[in-house]
Design a protein around this ligand. Structure first.
Ligand code: AVJ
Length: 322
């Protein structure tokens, strides 16, 4: 696989965003995309196997069951771009279905280098596939993929795993509109969305008994220590999952167990935490089935089909660019 690597001002951006998020007035925050360094990506992989966290397995079941259906609906020569490929495991079924029909180009777009490498290892044995990976932010990568498009080739964008849920609702629609702007009418977007479920189930899924999600969350501070020379004492922060009823999301926070000060050398800042104060690290929004049709329309798509998993309510939505 050819990999286009990321331009290297990435470290500087990380420091700037950490500084901005931890020095702002009110709720402190760190962007959830930084959860996925090599350690974080590996921990998420473990989360996807936990009995409490059914999301990834539901996604995979749907892709496995309906891959032929999806490939038939997106007929003709197609280039497939995946935003956030992860290990690539759940994409296999879909790619195999497309490759049975014709030669297919697959362009994973992923900020984690190790995930890209894993993804290639996982998928390169498929017949009639060519893989070019982009170590990029989603929209930057998608722009480059669109520039590779050959005439007469359709583009299918995969945005699976309910990653869209990490945006708040307005930002989610804005993101879909940005994707739509890069596409041509008739191109498609396969969007995975986690469906609303009980608070009990959600809290179990985001605060599992083994503590893997806690480790996944705390790793963000460990990463700031490693990469920005900070001195976070991990034993003085606690993982917290809570429901935000108003916006219908599950939030992850890191709660300071005592009053403390942390110095972050590369961000040139010392941050003070009160006892009980939290850093907000992620929101995962949950959707009603009908709502996805409206979001699609607002972003310039029409939702053509919705496949729903019964075991763990989750939907795969096929959106067509209008
Ligand atoms: C990979 C973004 C879909 O929001 O559920 C898992 C990440 N966070 N457990 C999600 C996650 C806590 C996950 N996504």
């Amino acid at each position: 696989m050819l990999v286009h690597a990321i331009p290297t001002n990435a470290g500087y951006e990380f420091a700037a965003e950490v500084r901005a998020g931890l020095t702002r007035a009110g709720q402190k925050e760190l962007p959830s995309k930084y959860l996925y360094d090599d350690v974080g990506s590996a921990l998420f992989e473990v989360i996807s196997h936990l009995p409490e966290y059914g999301l990834t397995r539901a996604d995979e079941r749907l892709l496995r069951r309906y891959s032929d259906d999806i490939a038939d609906r997106v007929a003709g020569p197609v280039a497939i771009a995946e935003l956030g490929s992860g290990s690539g495991r759940k994409t296999r079924w879909l790619l195999e279905a497309f490759c049975r029909r014709q030669r297919t180009s697959y362009y994973p777009v992923e900020i984690s280098h190790s995930a890209l490498v894993m993804c290639e290892r996982e998928l390169s044995d498929i017949d009639a596939i060519s893989i070019v990976g982009f170590e990029r932010e989603y929209l930057d990568g998608l722009l480059e993929v669109a520039a590779y498009r050959k005439s007469g080739q359709r583009l299918l964008v995969l945005f699976l795993g309910s990653t869209i849920g990490n945006f708040d609702r307005p930002a989610g629609v804005k993101f879909l509109s940005d994707v739509r702007c890069i596409l041509q009418p008739g191109d498609s977007l396969l969007l995975g969305t986690d469906i609303e479920k009980s608070s009990i189930e959600l809290l179990r899924a985001y605060d599992d008994q083994l503590g893997v999600t806690a480790a996944f969350n705390l790793n963000l501070l460990a990463r700031v220590n490693r990469e920005l020379g900070a001195d976070f004492d991990l034993s003085q922060f606690a993982h917290l999952a809570r429901i935000n009823e108003e916006v219908r999301s599950v939030e992850m926070h890191l709660e300071s167990r005592r009053h403390q000060a942390v110095s972050i050398s590369a961000a040139e800042v010392v941050v003070e935490f009160q006892e009980g104060e939290t850093i907000w690290t992620e929101s995962s929004h949950k959707y009603a089935l009908g709502e996805i049709y409206e979001m699609a329309r607002a972003a310039g798509f029409r939702c053509e089909v919705q496949w729903v998993d019964q075991q763990w309510p989750f939907a795969e939505n096929l959106l067509i660019a209008e």
